[in-house]
Design a protein around this ligand. Structure first.
Ligand SMILES: C[S@@+](CC[C@H](N)C(=O)[O-])C[C@H]1O[C@@H](n2cnc3c(N)ncnc32)[C@H](O)[C@@H]1O
Length: 273
């Protein structure tokens, strides 16, 4: 016998912010493993009534290992639920390696990450033409998990683009100092989001200069995501994608608009009708 472990992205919290595949996999699983500390309980509404539910939040990896062994021995299907997308800070790689060593089949179902959920919540695009074309996903150095060399927040801040800071709210003073030291101005827009899409979510717009005070005012330290960067308040620029002067395999360019585009006129004032 050999079972299958599905590593399922459960999204940021709301039970209807999972993919259809995630819901289907959870509904088919013999065992659902979830971390009550990170995943909203509503996600379990997708599970079979007779599924075995295991809360992993109190278990070290060694505590989940017997379950993986049982899955291999009994041919069970396990849905291992992770918050957001499993590719980000989910301790997934070590579990994948373990499962493969046990001869289990493994599959990953991507999920809605908290950083995109927060962008949706504040109604913003994170990559605005001419303002920010990159998004840095990182965390503050100096926590429990050591950072590799060259990954300090102040070094990333030098790019001045959009940055999403995970797992960092408990040291908001240091976050703010690093962002300023890296070159963001104090008036750069920022947002602090606690438990985005949960019933008790809190979304607080601020600036880099008021970031630490905002986090402290609301007494946030866990389950909080910070977004910063000029894209959070930018307006007036325009992507080439829908510009009438831009052509691609499915659309011809309008000659006059094409000429203007080639001269570097990006039609800031123009709006599609
Ligand atoms: C262990 S990491 C997991 C990240 C997750 N894989 C993702 O894609 O969002 C946990 C951190 O993600 C962020 N996070 C996850 N869900 C969140 C939510 N609903 N609201 C705000 N931040 C969240 C917080 O920074 C939290 O400390």
């Amino acid at each position: 016998m050999s079972g299958t472990i599905w590593f399922v992205g459960a999204g940021p919290g709301a039970a209807d912010l999972l993919t259809l595949r995630a819901a289907r996999v959870i509904a088919a699983a013999d065992v659902v493993v979830w971390a009550a500390s990170l995943v909203h309980a509503d996600v379990l509404t997708h599970a079979r009534p007779d599924a075995e539910i295991v809360d992993s939040s109190r278990l070290p990896m060694e505590g989940v290992l017997p379950l993986f062994r049982r899955a291999a021995a009994d041919g069970l299907t396990v849905a291992r639920i992770h918050s957001g997308d499993p590719a980000l800070w989910g301790a997934v790689q070590e579990q994948l390696d373990l499962c493969r060593a046990l001869g289990l089949a493994v599959e990953i179902v991507p999920g809605v990450s908290s950083f995109t959920a927060v962008a949706a919540r504040i109604g913003r695009e994170l990559t605005v033409p001419e303002i920010a074309q990159s998004v840095i996903l990182t965390r503050l150095e100096g926590g429990k998990t050591p950072m590799p060399p060259g990954e300090r927040v102040r070094e990333f801040a030098r790019h001045g683009t959009t940055m999403a800071l995970f797992l960092s709210a408990a040291r908001s003073g240091q976050v703010q100092a690093e962002l300023l030291a890296g070159g963001y101005s104090a008036d750069t827009p920022a947002v602090v989001a606690y438990q985005a899409t949960w019933p008790d979510e809190l979304v607080a717009p601020c600036t880099v200069g008021t970031l630490a005070a905002t986090v402290k005012e609301h007494r946030l330290w866990k389950h909080t995501l910070i977004l910063v960067g000029p894209a959070l308040a930018a307006a007036g620029t325009r992507s080439h994608l829908y510009h009438p002067g831009h052509f691609h395999g499915h659309r011809r360019a309008e000659p006059a608009a094409r000429a203007a585009l080639r001269q570097g006129v990006t039609a800031r004032a123009e709006r599609p009708t």
